[in-house]
Design a binder for this molecule. Structure first.
Ligand SMILES: [Cu+2]
Length: 106
């Protein structure tokens, strides 16, 4: 009975690791009118969750092999974008031209 519980726990842990390895969600913050971090390396299939922890709203645009207009992210809100195609992407804010983030998708 006890052994069964240990085996089940081990299987669950392996399963969780496999899911994490296949697709990750990487967090990007927005504070002080900057993306944090401002460079990122991810794998195809991963997604990036943009969280606005700033005092102003942002409007996120992703340019690269695939263009995604994420649109406005209000204070305290978050939006997720998945990257299925490899390449280099430039993430900008339509409101604040100095806000830039480079994402390399492998
Ligand atoms: Cu902005």
């Amino acid at each position: 009975m006890r052994l069964t519980a240990i085996i089940l726990a081990a299987q669950a842990a392996l399963c969780a690791t496999a899911i994490q390895a296949s697709a990750e969600e990487v967090a990007v913050g927005q504070a002080g009118k900057m993306f944090n971090p401002d460079t990122l390396q991810i794998k195809a299939g991963d997604s990036v969750k943009f969280t606005n922890d700033d005092k102003v709203a942002h409007a996120v645009l992703v340019e690269g092999p695939v263009v995604t207009n994420v649109g406005q992210i209000k204070i305290g809100e978050a939006k997720s974008v998945s990257f299925s195609q490899a390449g280099t992407y430039e993430v900008k804010c339509a409101i604040h031209p100095k806000m830039k983030l480079t994402i390399t998708v492998q």
